[in-house]
Design a protein around this ligand. Structure first.
Ligand SMILES: Cc1cc2nc3c(=O)[nH]c(=O)nc-3n(C[C@H](O)[C@H](O)[C@H](O)COP(=O)(O)OP(=O)(O)OC[C@H]3O[C@@H](n4cnc5c(N)ncnc54)[C@H](O)[C@@H]3O)c2cc1C
Length: 419
């Protein structure tokens, strides 16, 4: 069934004095695309979000994310955090360890002088809050399900062909934002090249209910096969992110439930008592991908369309939220100055802001994975020295923690509120 949420089809007709239907069209109503739309709520800009998957299908994605402090600040400033907050779980401690090595690092609230170190939330919780929020934004039109099937760039506008189940229609805009995920058809058709590699690893993700309380502790255990993370969710659920060589990950995911739980307990330890599986397991390939350009005239890439990183440290989606907040800031400032939103000099400000910062995090996650997925003795000693530094040098702890929670780098104005 085709539904146009919030606006009837008739409002997709031209209604601007200069003849453009929208100031900005976001293709991809995933978490990152919707965050950008929500961030533009007070702008007076006419924004269209186009999403191919019906709302009910998108909400069923069984994913869960580490939401770092910066992302939670962005949501708070936008005004969507109160709707998300009941469905997210705080992280109050982070434990890092290297295999069976006894020298564990424990980050606590005192290290950040904060009452929380981050949050964990399911995809459906975040998505539902954002969808609800933008339906109450008068300047945002949400077209779902609808697919972008063709783009035609010219000097003054982009012409987009959109297909719903009922009809094909053409809309024109100053700026097209690609929030259309890792494969990004828009990026590909624009001829923007990416660099990167597959890791030969894959991630098994699952929800687990432990017998004992998770105590709001997040664990990252580095194993030579790949990092293993446990993230605390509401209702004492935990999200497992288990990275292993690809064939092994597929085999782990295919084990029957008893064998899977027994294998998990070997890795998980018994600090949380008996474990119960909740829902299905998924496997997703691990890759590093970075667009060589984030923009070209009348086009900007955000989220996975621009970059994908190793899941170690749970940074991926947070980079996307930061892209969305940064692009919103650039676009709003350009709009106030009366500039053309799709002009190269405007989009360059976004690219210069985000590209190097994202590349730094991509490089950092890659380095962490390589450093710890390795049993070469000098490297083992080197990384254990690093863990000792984190245990005993407050400045090292503070820098590492601030990097993890997103407080290093240029912060978007949208993130300046404290939550
Ligand atoms: C199985 C799996 C598990 C994962 N687990 C984690 C995790 O635990 N933690 C973590 O941080 N990350 C995880 N990730 C990665 C995470 O899901 C992505 O980083 C995140 O979803 C990126 O958000 P996005 O909005 O940029 O893109 P997406 O979520 O991919 O959204 C893109 C949207 O664009 C829409 N779209 C695409 N083309 C068109 C078109 N032509 N017209 C209209 N709409 C279009 C799609 O339908 C989609 O809804 C996981 C990924 C997978 C596949």
């Amino acid at each position: 069934m085709s539904t146009v949420l919030h606006y009837p089809q008739s409002q997709l007709q031209p209604r601007d004095p200069v003849g453009l239907d929208y100031d900005l069209v976001i293709v991809g109503g995933g978490l990152v695309g919707l965050t950008l739309a929500a961030a533009l709520r007070h702008s007076q800009l006419k924004v269209l979000v186009v999403e191919a998957q019906p709302t009910s299908v998108a909400a069923m994605k069984g994913q869960a994310y580490h939401i770092n402090l910066l992302s939670s600040h962005i949501f708070a400033e936008i005004g969507v955090w109160p709707a998300m907050r009941p469905g997210v779980n705080p992280i109050r401690e982070i434990h890092l360890s290297d295999g069976d090595y006894a020298g564990k690092v424990q980050f606590t609230l005192a290290d950040l002088q904060s009452d929380v170190l981050g949050y964990v939330a399911e995809h459906r919780v975040l998505l539902a809050a954002l969808q609800q929020f933008i339906q109450n934004c008068a300047s945002v039109t949400y077209l779902c399900p609808a697919e972008l099937v063709n783009t035609n760039y010219s000097a003054d506008e982009v012409e987009l062909t959109l297909k719903t189940q009922e009809q094909t229609q053409i809309v024109r805009t100053q700026l097209l934002v690609a929030a259309d995920g890792a494969r990004s058809p828009i990026r590909q058709s624009a001829g923007i090249v990416t660099a990167g590699w597959q890791y030969g690893q894959a991630c098994v993700v699952a929800f687990i209910k432990p017998e004992k309380s998770h105590q709001d502790i997040a664990y990252e255990r580095f194993q030579t096969e790949g990092p293993f993370a446990i993230l605390p969710l509401p209702d004492n659920l935990c999200r497992i992110v288990w990275t292993a060589p690809k064939e092994e990950a597929v085999a782990i995911a295919q084990l029957d439930e008893t064998a899977f739980l027994s294998r998990l307990k070997q890795r998980y330890g018994d600090q949380m008592g008996e474990l119960e599986m909740v829902g299905q397991r998924f496997v997703f390939p691990v890759q590093l991908k970075h667009s060589l350009r984030y923009t070209q005239p009348r086009l900007a890439l955000i989220g996975d369309a621009a970059h994908c990183c190793h899941p170690v440290g749970g940074q991926g989606i947070n980079l996307g939220f930061r892209d969305a907040a940064a692009l919103a800031e650039v676009v709003l400032s350009a709009h106030r100055q009366g500039e053309d939103l799709g002009a190269p000099q405007v989009l360059r400000r976004y690219e210069q802001w985000r590209k190097l910062e994202n590349l730094t995090i991509l490089g950092f996650t890659d380095l962490l994975n390589r450093l710890f997925s390795n049993s070469w003795v000098p490297l083992v000693w080197f990384r254990r020295l690093g863990l000792q530094a984190l245990r005993h040098i407050p400045l090292a702890r503070s820098i590492a923690l601030r990097l993890m929670v997103g407080l290093l780098g240029r912060r978007p104005r949208l993130s300046e509120i404290e939550v």
